[in-house]
Design a binder for this molecule. Structure first.
Ligand code: SAM
Ligand code: FES
Length: 349
């Protein structure tokens, strides 16, 4: 490993900040040795704050109907082969009830931008989950909405909102999305969510089409400046019915490297080892945790719809019952010296 790389890693571990050019250097000149050192430092920091506990979030994929047409996404509106579904409020509440029995204390309602879920309906669902499970957090991940809508859901009891920024580079954003979508609006949503009082999650795909190290450096700088409570990063994986069907997937190696860097940039950040990471490598989630991640998001959706929420090809865990998912992950985490917490899992600042 060259001296500069070594120096940058220790500067980052100490100061939690680098320049854009330094972040890019860290990415361009990475070696296996640098990755191990970063992972070691990241795991130490994570253990100092969270011990060997891994937080879980029960993911409920409430709808695969979406008005957007993101070029990478398997449930984009132009995909006529996608068999659409949406869950009714009672089904969503059943998933949360089952999840609570299994030990989940955060429920993530995620879906496409489906106009069926008006503010009023989402607020009813959120307040009913909170009424039934007052010890639990509700996270919403339903894409871009207006500030008033975000506020209503917050007032109804939503605690957190996940909205990946996707890329911090405007030109790159425009190559991943159709022209009616705007980088500025996505960023404005993140700011609005923060201003309202949500715990906010941003994030991006690793290895998305056209992505270069300079783009990733900007993502890291954005994370350093925005200091999100959560940060979802996972590899891009092509979906066969999208314009990016022939693009290569992102790698486990680069995703883990970036997870470690993000842990050093913002030590308390809640960082999931994503399902996409588990999809590109059978031990991807374990490797993500060993690189500094501290959250996993098992699927709580009804088994019957899991295959239909197909953002990318070969998604794992689509045939498992929720209980099996939890037990499998519990076992996987124990095999590497961690355990699943039964805890809301708020950020420890
Ligand atoms: N509609 C909401 C939104 O836009 O935030 C939530 C659902 S969206 C499908 C959740 C995330 O899935 C996106 O932010 C994107 O980063 C990720 N995603 C979509 N297609 C993907 C793909 N082909 N490979 C990996 N991740 C993908
Ligand atoms: Fe809307 Fe993917 S295009 S969720």
């Amino acid at each position: 490993m060259d001296d500069r790389l070594y120096e940058l890693i220790y500067t980052l571990a100490e100061k939690h900040s680098l320049s854009l050019e330094e972040y890019q250097y860290l990415i361009d000149h990475r070696t296996e040795e640098a990755a191990s050192l970063l992972a070691k430092e990241a795991a130490i920091i994570s253990k100092r704050i969270y011990g060997n506990l891994i937080f879980t979030r029960g993911l409920i994929e409430i709808s695969n109907i979406c008005k957007n047409d993101c070029l990478y996404c398997g449930i984009r509106r132009s995909n006529k082969n996608c068999v659409r579904y949406r869950l009714m409020p009672e089904q969503i509440l059943d998933c949360a009830d089952e999840g609570h029995i299994l030990g989940f204390r955060t429920f993530v309602l995620q879906g496409g931008e489906d106009g069926y879920y008006t503010d009023e309906l989402l607020c009813q669902i959120i307040s009913e989950i909170k009424r039934r499970h007052p010890d639990s957090a509700v996270t919403i991940s339903m894409g871009e909405r207006g500030k008033q809508s975000f506020r209503r859901m917050y007032d109804a009891g939503a605690d957190r909102y996940l909205l990946r920024h996707e890329t911090a580079d405007r030109t790159h954003y425009m190559r991943l999305h159709p022209s009616e979508m705007s980088f500025e609006h996505r960023m404005q949503c993140l700011q609005d969510l923060r201003d309202i009082g949500y715990q906010v999650g941003c994030g991006f795909m690793v290895g998305s089409p056209y992505q270069m190290s300079g783009h990733l450096a900007r993502d890291l700088k954005f994370i350093e400046e925005f200091l999100p409570d959560m940060c979802g990063i996972g590899p891009f994986i092509p979906h066969h019915d999208t314009p990016f069907c022939n693009e290569p997937a992102g790698t486990l190696e680069l995703t883990c490297y970036l997870l470690s860097i993000i842990r050093l940039i913002h030590p308390p950040v809640l960082l999931p080892a994503t399902t996409a990471l588990g999809t590109i490598d059978p031990k991807g989630r374990e490797k993500g945790i060993q690189a500094g991640a501290n959250v996993i998001m098992p699927n709580l959706s009804p088994v019957g719809v899991r295959k239909q929420y197909e953002l990318y090809d070969n998604k794992i865990c689509t045939g498992e019952e929720s209980a099996q998912c939890r037990h499998c992950l519990d076992h996987r985490m124990r095999s590497i010296g961690y355990e699943l917490a039964v805890d809301k899992g708020d950020i420890r600042k």
